[in-house]
Write a protein that binds this ligand. Structure first.
Ligand SMILES: C[S@@+](CC[C@H](N)C(=O)[O-])C[C@H]1O[C@@H](n2cnc3c(N)ncnc32)[C@H](O)[C@@H]1O
Length: 256
């Protein structure tokens, strides 16, 4: 009884600590965005939304698609991606070369271009709607499937910033219970080393953002957190930031 009580006190303390750290980090992100406002409304006015709706009618949802990914909703997705721009200081950085892994509809790279950066995306060609939206938004992309223990194709140069938002290229298949099978720490190590050595300029950064798991828990299991940290990541809520130099633990600030 006694030890069970001690255990629940310890657990409650741990939860409080976790929650308060997360809440403080979230507050910090809000403050930073608030001090450097970007008008998503003005940016939305640069997009012909009727054209996006037309594209959606041309490429209807696949029968079992989840409507959560209604990428024709430019107002929503520009709002999400404006936050990414602010969090990476891209609204106040000199012109950068940016590679976006799993670029999807292309909203992030569209915004990068509006802020003076040059972008390139990588994606599969599984969703024809993305072909339509990237063309419509003027986003350049290379069709290639990112695979475990396999170098990315040569992209003809290096980048100041490589990003992956709501990453899912690490999910390889579903098992018999419908659970995702995903990359091991060794697969991540290979990938991070490939990006560092072949795609990042000297002061370059790799930023990966992960959705929570299906049960609501963090992508960063203790094993993955340890593995990312041992490779020099700075982990901030759902994101991991790496410097080109594995001995440097980078900060979320201006990229040069
Ligand atoms: C959840 S969506 C995120 C799209 C975009 N980054 C965003 O935040 O809106 C995941 C994207 O990764 C792409 N993707 C999934 N597996 C991939 C793989 N193995 N190689 C390259 N792209 C992949 C999908 O086609 C899709 O565009």
């Amino acid at each position: 009884m006694h030890s069970r009580h001690r255990f629940s006190v310890r657990l409650a303390r741990k939860f409080r600590k976790l929650f308060s750290r997360d809440a403080a980090q979230s507050l910090w992100e809000h403050v930073c965005r608030w001090t450097h406002p970007v008008s998503a409304r003005r940016i939305l006015a640069t997009i012909d939304r009727a054209e996006l709706e037309k594209l959606r009618r041309h490429y209807p949802y696949r029968p079992n698609a989840r409507r959560i990914n209604a990428y024709e909703d430019a107002a929503y997705w520009l709002g999400v991606n404006v936050k990414h721009i602010q969090d990476l200081w891209l609204d106040r950085a000199p012109p950068l070369h940016i590679l976006d892994l799993g670029c999807g509809a292309g909203y992030f790279l569209y915004l990068c271009r509006l802020f003076g950066h040059e972008g390139l995306g990588i994606d599969t060609d599984e969703d024809p709607f993305f072909e339509g939206t990237t063309q419509f938004l003027g986003v350049r992309r290379v069709i290639s499937r990112i695979q475990p223990q396999t170098p990315l194709p040569d992209l003809g140069g290096k980048f100041n910033l490589v990003t992956g938002h709501r990453v899912c290229f690490h999910r390889t298949a579903r098992d018999e219970n419908g659970e995702w099978l995903e990359w091991t720490p060794a697969d991540w190590e290979f990938f991070i080393n490939d990006i560092r050595t072949r795609f990042l300029k000297r002061n370059g950064r790799l930023l990966l953002e992960f959705n929570p798991r299906q049960n609501g828990s963090s992508f960063f299991t203790p094993e993955l957190r340890d593995s990312f940290l041992s490779q020099g990541a700075r982990i901030f809520r759902r994101k991991a930031l790496f410097a080109a130099n594995p001995n440097e633990r980078p900060r979320f600030r201006q990229i040069r």
